[in-house]
Design a protein around this ligand. Structure first.
Ligand SMILES: Cc1cc2nc3c(=O)[nH]c(=O)nc-3n(C[C@H](O)[C@H](O)[C@H](O)COP(=O)(O)OP(=O)(O)OC[C@H]3O[C@@H](n4cnc5c(N)ncnc54)[C@H](O)[C@@H]3O)c2cc1C
Length: 230
C-alpha cells in the first residue's frame, strides 16, 4: 500500500466536537477515488483511518481535507485537539472500496456525523444534473453540527437533517435518527443505489430495514467507522 509523509497545515473548528483538518504532501497521490480514506500513524504504528472529503493537487502538492470528530480520551482525538499545526504524519493510502458505483441509478446517502466526509468527496465529482438527483439523510446530534453547506451547494443537493437530541427543530428538519426518518416516511425507493456511512449500529439497522423493504433492485454499499482494536 502506498506510504507517504504529510504535513498537517490547518485546523478549523466547524462544530462543537468537529475539526476540519488539512494535510499537504510533497508528492502527488495517485489512484485516488472519491470515497477513499487514509491511515495516519499516531506513533508506534497506532493507525487511525480518516476519509478524504476533498483532494486537490496544486503544483505537484496534494492537499487533503479531513473532517474529524473528537471522541473523549481517544488517541487521535486527543492529538488533534491538543496540538497545533504544522506537524508531520506518516500515512498510508488512499485506500478503500467505498466509492461511487458505475451506475445510472439515483443515489441515496444515509450518514451519521463525520460519515459525511467521503460523501462530500463523492458528490463533488458529480455533474450538477446528477447532483439534483441525489438525496442525503444526514444524522447529527444538534443543529450546531449542520455544517454541510460549507462543503456542498445545498441549493442543488437535497438533504434532510435528522437531529437526534431534543432541540429547537426548524421546519425542514427532522427530530430523530436517520433510521426513524426512514421508518416513518415510508419512502418508496426502487432502483436506487444506497450509500451508508458512519456509525456501525446505524448501518446495521439500515441494512436490516432495506432488506425487509423488498426493493431488491437496490444496491447498498457501506463504510463503517469502526474504532481501532485495542
Ligand atoms: C474506514 C474508516 C474511515 C473513517 N473515517 C473517519 C472520518 O472521516 N472522520 C472521523 O471522525 N472518524 C473516522 N473514522 C473513525 C476514526 O478512524 C477513529 O476511530 C476515531 O477518530 C476515534 O479515534 P481515536 O484515536 O480518537 O479514539 P480511540 O483511541 O480509538 O478510542 C475511541 C473511544 O474509545 C474509548 N476507549 C479507549 N480505550 C477504551 C477501552 N479500553 N475501553 C472502553 N473505551 C475505550 C476512548 O475514550 C474513545 O472515546 C473512520 C474509521 C474507519 C474504519
Amino acid at each position: 500500500m502506498p506510504r507517504f509523509t504529510a504535513t498537517w497545515t490547518t485546523k478549523t473548528q466547524i462544530a462543537p466536537t468537529v475539526y476540519e483538518i488539512v494535510l499537504e504532501t510533497k508528492e502527488t497521490l495517485i489512484n485516488y477515488k472519491p470515497g477513499q480514506y487514509i491511515n495516519i500513524d499516531f506513533g508506534n504504528s497506532k493507525y487511525r483511518s480518516y476519509s478524504i472529503s476533498k483532494l486537490e493537487t496544486i503544483s505537484n502538492k496534494t492537499k487533503l481535507t479531513l473532517i474529524v470528530d473528537i471522541l473523549p480520551n481517544g488517541l487521535a482525538s486527543t492529538y488533534f485537539s491538543t496540538n497545533l499545526p504544522p506537524l508531520e504524519f506518516a500515512c498510508i493510502g488512499p485506500v478503500g472500496r467505498f466509492t461511487l458505483l458505475p451506475s445510472l441509478r439515483k443515489k441515496v446517502f444515509i450518514v451519521t456525523g463525520t460519515g459525511i466526509a467521503p460523501i462530500i468527496a463523492m458528490i463533488s465529482q458529480l455533474s450538477n444534473k446528477e447532483k439534483e438527483d441525489v438525496e442525503i439523510l444526514f444524522g447529527v446530534k444538534s443543529n450546531e453540527y449542520d455544517y454541510l453547506s460549507r462543503y456542498l451547494d445545498t441549493k442543488i443537493v437535497k438533504y434532510t437533517i435528522c437531529i437526534s437530541e431534543k432541540a429547537d427543530i426548524k421546519n425542514d428538519q427532522f427530530n430523530g435518527r436517520v433510521t426513524d426518518y426512514y421508518k416513518t416516511h415510508s419512502i418508496k425507493y426502487v432502483n436506487y443505489d444506497f450509500y451508508l456511512c458512519g456509525n456501525p449500529n446505524m448501518i446495521k439497522e439500515m441494512q436490516e430495514l432495506l432488506e425487509v423493504s423488498e426493493f431488491d433492485s437496490n444496491k447498498v454499499i457501506t463504510e463503517k467507522f469502526l474504532l481501532a482494536k485495542k
